[in-house]
Design a protein around this ligand. Sequence first.
Ligand SMILES: CC(=O)[C@@H](O)COP(=O)(O)O
Ligand code: MG
Ligand code: MG
Length: 247
Amino acid sequence: MSECDNMDSSAKAYSKNIQKAIKALQRGEMILLFDLEGREAETDFTIAANAVTPEDVRWMRKDAGGLICVALDSEASEELGLPFMADVMREATQCSTALHKIVEKGGDLKYDSRSSFSIWVNHRDTRTGIPDNDRALTINKLGEIVDRTLAGEEVHFGSEFRTPGHVATLRAAKGLVHERMGQTELSIALAKIAGITPVMVVCEMLDDENGRALEKTDAKQYGKDNDLVFVEGEEVVEAYDIWLSSQ
Ligand SMILES: CC(=O)[C@@H](O)COP(=O)(O)O
Ligand SMILES: [Mg+2]
Ligand SMILES: [Mg+2]
């Protein structure tokens, strides 16, 4: 019996590739997640925040090379009071005109209507915040506090985390992949389908030769060479709609 055979009946409606990606995420393993041609056209290392180890942080910074970010679903972000960074900066322009010219505004991004960045944090138990073990701790604690929040516990984000810090948080759109098709929303959609905590780590793959985003073909080859599932945004949206209709 293949691994995919023991998924529940609704899950069997997913493509084999999505089923493999879901199983990998449920096992706490890394997958590769491409957004969309015509958007960023980037492939991100993607893994559940609760599963991240210092070795995964090292792997992302050495083999992916992009920004190690933590995507949180909209409901949890709201509960924790995580703002969009662009909103924070806009408010800050009330007392600093200099920021007025810097803060992101409509049309600034060539690939989307807005970024998904929230605040950059460190867990208070970290020392400097950047070593692999510090970032893994901050990432794990972000998963943990969301678990507690979604379980109905009253939590105080500021008593456990401080900003600024070395882990960028990303706030998923309320409408998830029907509103925005970044790795922020795509990774959270995969978490919901997989039934795991909707807190996901994403890190872009960069090309060591030219410093640009790694070509999709090269990212796919890396996946083959390292036995990692490679999924694309369009197949995630298709699976998410199947999942949503079964809720
Ligand atoms: C890690 C990223 O790519 C960052 O831009 C957030 O992802 P996205 O904008 O694709 O949701
Ligand atoms: Mg990006
Ligand atoms: Mg992205």
